[in-house]
Design a binder for this molecule. Structure first.
Ligand code: NAD
Length: 474
């Protein structure tokens, strides 16, 4: 008789581990099957986000920003620094320690919550069973569960025209491991990862050229904010080439990238190349054929609003299902499913998921963009405020960027908030709360914001919706 659990979760990333912890809190006996092995050969919880995604990239973004500031950003404050040195290996080692501390923390949480952790490949079988194949070569075992949560995450999309070699041509994981600063860095894809990793290496001294297939910059972002961000990135020296279709490459001592744009055939010589053209759901070996799990044409697991798959008792959460591939979206789905399994109500409000791109300035938004409202024929009004007009941003020497608030033209309900500027990642939380409570721009305008803070730009943008911002001509 197979050993049984109340819940088995396949995948220990932010969607899966959070689901397991919430299940345990609700008194369910949970197990997590996860096959991630860190570069030191040891199994690690936390999935892509903690090991090779959100956390290590933020560690490097912060390190590179410190370096860049000391070298270029503090003279306006009357500070000069000479003989500034960069130790890339130490920077990478710090990043690794941040990762290790956090993934070790999840291991401790699993112990505290009595969650069983299998470092193994998990595969969904027919009849609410999971085949667990340990990575140490031991024999597979089959476990029974009342409920199964699929949270296997996603994998980088590979490009036929730019096959990875793990050394000169790498994906987002390889981009976290350069031991020297490449003199010339190519990036294919000017999306979220491209901008974040391009920023890291540009701040450390690389000359970065990004090849973007589309003509538009960051199509999901409010286009006024995207244009303002692009201007800043170009000032920083990021060379983003639009409408560039990579056709092939030759790798030797360095990499020759061949591409076509509106002017015809082009080529580019770089020392390293990062390929970041999106991610795909990791559903390759997730379920046995006779399990009958329904996928869509792009390989995502088919789910309803509450993450139920077509199989009774089987749920799927995170990057493997529809919606944005964001850690916090996956975590919320994990919590929702755990609560549904425990017989409670659970829901995710997909309208109020915040997005952040951790560049400098940061870009953050929640809700609808102007372009999507126009396309849907929804009447709206807007208010904007530049950080340059706030005392705090001036004092910080961080004047670039703005806050834009979009509200329904008739009801004044906030439909979207878009920020490019200092600490946008933190400022967006206020907008999420306001939208979650169905707030109006008038609500935000009547809330007291501390002076002098960056959040005053949010306040003034809300006032600007009804043309009564104080610190600008309306
Ligand atoms: P992305 O979808 O953000 O960007 C990929 C870019 O590559 C797009 O602009 C696309 O037009 C371009 N592209 C596609 N094919 C191309 C080609 N052949 N040549 C040139 N350009 C091409 O994907 P990503 O940056 O790889 O990130 C993957 C996922 O990870 C995203 O869904 C993102 O949400 C998530 N992620 C989020 C964060 C964050 O929240 N800060 C950080 C990293 C990753």
């Amino acid at each position: 008789m197979a050993k049984a659990f109340d819940v088995i979760v396949i995948g220990g990333g932010p969607a899966g581990y959070v689901a397991a912890i919430r299940c345990a809190q609700l008194g369910l006996n949970a197990a997590v099957v996860d096959n991630f092995v860190y570069k030191d050969g040891k199994p690690a919880l936390g999935g892509t986000c903690l090991n090779v995604g959100c956390i290590p990239s933020k560690a490097l973004l912060d390190s590179s920003e410190q370096y860049h500031k000391v070298r270029n950003g503090v003279s306006a404050h009357g500070i000069s620094a000479t003989n500034v040195k960069l130790d890339v290996k130490k920077m990478i080692a710090r990043k690794d320690k941040v990762v290790k501390d956090l993934t070790g923390g999840i291991e401790q949480l699993f112990k505290a919550n009595k969650i069983t952790w299998f470092n193994a490949n998990g595969r969904l079988l027919d009849g609410r069973q999971v085949e667990v194949t340990p990575l140490n070569g031991k024999k597979s075992e089959t476990y029974q569960a009342e409920h199964i949560i699929l949270a296997p995450g996603s994998l980088p999309i590979e490009l036929d025209a730019a096959p990875l070699d793990g050394e000169r041509i790498v994906d987002s994981t390889g981009a976290l491991e350069f031991t020297d600063v490449p003199k010339r860095l190519g990036v294919i894809g000017a999306g979220v990862i491209g901008l974040e990793m391009g920023s890291v290496w540009s701040r450390l001294g690389s000359r970065v050229v990004m090849l973007e297939a589309q003509d538009e910059f960051l199509p999901p972002v409010d286009q006024r904010v995207a244009r303002a961000a692009l201007k800043e990135f170009e000032k920083q020296g990021l060379d983003i080439r639009f409408g560039a279709r990579v056709t092939g490459m030759k790798s030797g001592k360095n990499v020759a990238v061949h591409y076509e744009d509106k002017d015809g055939k082009q080529s580019l010589q770089v020392d390293k190349l990062i390929v970041c053209v999106g991610r795909r759901p990791a559903t390759g070996n997730l379920a046995a054929e006779d399990a009958g799990l329904l996928l869509d044409e792009r390989g995502f697991v088919n789910v309803d609003e509450q993450c139920r798959t077509n199989l009774p008792g089987v749920y799927a959460v995170g990057d493997v299902v529809r919606g944005p591939m964001l850690a916090h979206k996956g975590s919320e789905e994990g919590v929702m499913v755990a609560e549904l399994i425990a017989g409670k109500g659970g829901h995710v409000n997909y309208e109020t998921i915040p997005w952040v791109i951790y560049t400098h300035p940061e870009i953050a938004w929640v809700g609808r963009t102007e372009q999507s409202l126009k396309a849907a024929g929804i009447p709206f009004k807007t208010g904007a405020f530049n950080f340059a007009a706030t005392g705090r941003a001036r004092a910080m020497e961080e004047p670039a960027g703005m806050v834009r608030i979009i509200a329904h033209a008739e009801t004044d309900r906030i439909l979207g908030v878009h920020i490019v500027g200092p600490q946008a990642s933190e400022l967006i939380a206020e907008a999420v709360v306001a939208m979650e409570f169905h707030g109006s721009s008038e609500d935000l305008a009547r809330i007291i914001h501390a002076h002098p803070t960056l959040s005053e730009a949010v306040h003034e943008a809300a006032l600007a919706v009804s043309k009564r911002a104080i610190h600008k001509a309306n």
